[in-house]
Ligand binder design. Structure first.
Ligand code: G3P
Ligand code: CA
Length: 277
């Protein structure tokens, strides 16, 4: 729920820019205030380890990301699992749709060796496993991936978070996002204190009218970086939303987004974002 009273939620101290960097980034050379950017490891530190595996998430934590981003789907027998594609074909040694395989079948797959021999044996994680391993250690940006394939997944996610007390502002390093805006709205109803975000690659979603509509329920507007401009960032901020952008895979892209003044950078390479290193 996008309310000023909970604007503090989901914010993590990340990249502390020097006053000079801040002034340059914001275009304001008079204040010198520090600016914070959330450093989000995209599917984990995907540049260094196989996406959406414990190896990648641990690497993100090790690299001092503020958040790990995870892609959430559901097995045939109703278990929440972490994988990006709706099939297992690209990132495991198996084939088939995630929704057609049981948890046991999914857990038997090798989700690491496609990235490198040293990652052989990495498994598709469960949502439970991720929450229990990382809560309190790093923020978790949860993407509901293709939720239209998984009726009721919003309630299931809400229950998992409530069971762990992760739905209240004191435990504010949880954000939920999706390309499916109806799903985002549903989550906002179920978990009004958890910040939610809309994802898009479409220019149709950066019109003033569209942005106004998103701001009625979303705290975050998270576009592909090809859509980002200083003017867009200004509009988002005027609507009391924050902006996180993706996917950084080069130093130039990271530098561009820092210059644009975004609030979060979702990156395969956490080190590109963090000038402290
Ligand atoms: O977090 C943003 C990003 O993950 C959205 O795209 O395809 O990598 O899930 P995708
Ligand atoms: Ca994602």
């Amino acid at each position: 729920m996008n309310m000023k009273t909970i604007l503090g939620t989901g914010l993590a101290l990340t990249v502390l820019l020097s006053p000079f960097q801040e002034a340059a980034a914001s275009g304001n050379v008079t204040t010198g205030d520090l600016r914070k950017i959330d450093n989000v490891a995209h599917r984990g530190a995907t540049g260094y380890a196989p996406e959406n595996t414990i190896a990648a998430f641990d690497k993100g934590v090790e690299m001092k990301s503020d958040y790990i981003e995870i892609d959430l789907q559901r097995s045939k027998d109703g278990e929440l699992v972490i994988i990006h594609d709706t099939t297992v074909d690209r990132t495991t040694d198996g084939t088939g749709f995630v929704k057609d395989l049981t948890l046991d079948q999914l857990r038997q797959l090798d989700a690491g060796s496609w990235k490198g021999e040293e990652f052989t044996g990495e498994q598709i994680p469960t949502f439970d496993e991720i929450l229990d391993r990382y809560r309190g250690k790093v923020g978790i940006l949860i993407e509901l991936k293709a939720p239209e394939l998984y009726p009721g997944i919003e309630e299931q996610v809400a229950n998992e978070l409530k069971e762990r007390n992760l739905h209240i502002p004191q435990n504010n390093k949880i954000i939920i996002q999706s390309f499916n805006f109806e799903s985002v709205k549903k989550i906002d109803q179920l978990l009004p204190q958890v910040p939610v975000g809309v994802l898009t690659s479409s220019r149709a979603h950066i019109t003033p009218e569209a942005l106004q509509e998103f701001s009625a329920y979303a705290e975050w507007f998270n576009p592909n970086y090809g859509l980002v401009s200083k003017d867009l960032v200004r509009q988002i901020h005027e609507l009391d939303m924050k902006i996180g952008s993706w996917t950084v895979r080069s130093q130039e892209a990271a530098d561009f987004l820092i210059d644009m003044g975004v609030d979060a950078i979702i990156t395969d390479y956490p080190d590109y974002v963090d000038p402290r290193k």
